[in-house]
Ligand binder design. Sequence first.
Ligand code: ADP
Length: 647
Amino acid sequence: MNQENEKISFTEAIRWQGRSWKVLGSLCPSLFISGILYEVSNAAIPLVEVWLSARILNELVSERDPRILFRLVVIQLVSSAVLAAGRALLLRWKNYEEAVCSQGVEKIYIDKMIGMDFENIDSQYVYDTYSQICQSDNWGGWGLKDSIYRTAQMAGQLARIVGGVGLSVTLFASKVPVDGGYGWLNHPLCLVVILGILLFVTLFSFVCSDKANGCVDKASGEIMLSNRFFAFFGNMCTERERAADLRVYEQQENVCNPYMERMDMFRRGGVLAKTFAGPMGLWNGLSASLSAILTGAVYLFVCMKAWAGAFGVGSIAQYVGAITSLFLGLTNLLRSLGVMRFNAAYLKNTFAFLDIPDKMYQGSRPIEGTADNRTAAGKGLPDQPASNKEFEIEFRDVSFKYPGSQDYALRHVTMAFKMGRRTAVVGMNGSGKTTFIKLLCRMYDPTEGQILLNGVDIRQYRYSDYIRLFSVVFQDFVLFALPLGENVAGVKDYDRERVKECLEKAGFSRRLDKMPDGLDTYLYKDLDKEGVEVSGGEAQKIAIARTLYKDAPFVILDEPTAALDPVAEMEIYSKFNDIIEDKTAVYISHRLSSCQFCDEILVFDQGRIVQRGSHQILVADTKGKYCEMWTAQAQYYQDGEQKFAPL
Ligand code: ADP
């Protein structure tokens, strides 16, 4: 979407605004109420004060009755104090609701992201749309949040208009004595002229501010791009995983700074500064001068009527205040409508994201014995753990293309996982190993063919039940900056003994003994300054412990040992059979030597299973892919004789 090119009609803008009200009305109704009340009080309080002041001044220049004056002054003081306190309370309430609602709006996006089909997360369109939402929000609070503030502000403008009309009715109704020579001031034409000027200045002022906003609109595309650069290069410096590269290659100096310097948007004397100082400033200045002319004309008219005896001089402040309020209310209401239309483009983008359809079929068939095994002992544990059940998964002539891709990543894959057996998946980079696992976990559905669980297409099952069958350590797994125990358990309330046991099995017990707060030690320093940094290998052990704690019947290790040193790898391998106990294990590796213990080895090449069998059978086939890879890798391990004996 190009916001800079998008001109949305008022009808369409109101439709988007209405949709936004629907979403936010149920999410944060209190913010609407507190926001509207605050803006209305903001508009009404000055009018109340000016009305009371006029009463006091009129009394001072007429009867000068001390009792009445005293009463009026007390009312003025008390009402000012009460109204100011009320406004402060409303502001606090509104601020509180804003903070809560802000989190609520974030949660809308988070829920959408987490709930969407995995293939959507991979899509460039989803990434772009979501990035634009974040950038627009960072840049000017555009999108859902703006629609709430705009609503409250429009309510405030309406209150200004109603108050202004209410307080200025008597200006036109009060008649000047005809014998003083100013009788013409009673003529209806005067009312028409004043209202005409008011209307003209209001509309002209709106046009000026629209032109001023147009200057920013024109630059909005560039502003968004610059924001994107700023966000990217700004965040880059704080990302731990980039810190080493940044320093070694001096990327800050050589890459980031030149890019930042080339951006002409936010610099002193840059595009935005020139826009503010140039055309935008001129239009805003013109709008301000016109409103000063209106105030002058109103003053003149009101003073002449007071001079001619239509009302007391005290009322001058009231009428000037009332007409100014009416003018401000009208101008700002028109501006708010313009901004509402401007924001509609952002709302449209927001709903384009929220409306991204999830195409994957969601079955409802339950899988027995798949309750969450992660809560603390005794809580929520299934009668019979899933790991004790019989599950057999079969790929039946499965082919798969990634969305938008012409090439097959998998081709005619047919195989079955037998309970309790270890299967290795080996092959060169890009041969389809990870894709195979993604399909197994139903992150994508096959383009052709079927995957069956106990003879039933996996699409028929409830996904939350199905995914509980798997514990996976992905190559690019991520740990949280949370306590170690919570990382392993994946829940807050967990079984500490079982977590320790899993860490021990994963070879982490010696490191655990050194953790200052044991399982309660925070990983990394994001949330706790005493947090502990763990190495890549240690992180991998924690991730392996996490798979064990989940206690799912299928354990998948997608090259989990890539970052382990050989000794640690040996430690893990030698314990491997114990670690996974009787689970069905799928083991992906580029080190063929590690796969010998597996019951079956699947050799992938260009998306196809080109060979299968035990290590002995495969290595004996000297013309096969496995033997070719084995011989190539053996050179790393052997130097005349085998140095690093594969397990
Ligand atoms: P391996 O795990 O064996 O290295 P992958 O399963 O990751 O291989 O990749 C198999 C093929 O699918 C490769 O040609 C790769 O480029 C392609 N591929 C992987 N992920 C995507 C994706 N998200 N979109 C499009 N193509 C992809």
